[in-house]
Design a protein around this ligand. Sequence first.
Ligand SMILES: [Zn+2]
Length: 69
Amino acid sequence: MEHEHHDHSMHEGAGGHIDPVCGMTVEEGPDAITMDYNGTKYYFCGPGCRRAFEKDPEKYLKEGPSMHM
Ligand SMILES: [Zn+2]
């Protein structure tokens, strides 16, 4: 570890929520796209991800977010 650097871009947990579909960090707020499932509130980056989760929630909760570019 020769070079120390501070990366602020991948800071999980502090105020942000992980989109279970794509793994993006979603900020809490009035415009946030959310869905309640099994008593837990999930946050999504967009309506497309919300719809995908709605279709097959168990798949995303089991496998976790998959990064597809
Ligand atoms: Zn997403």
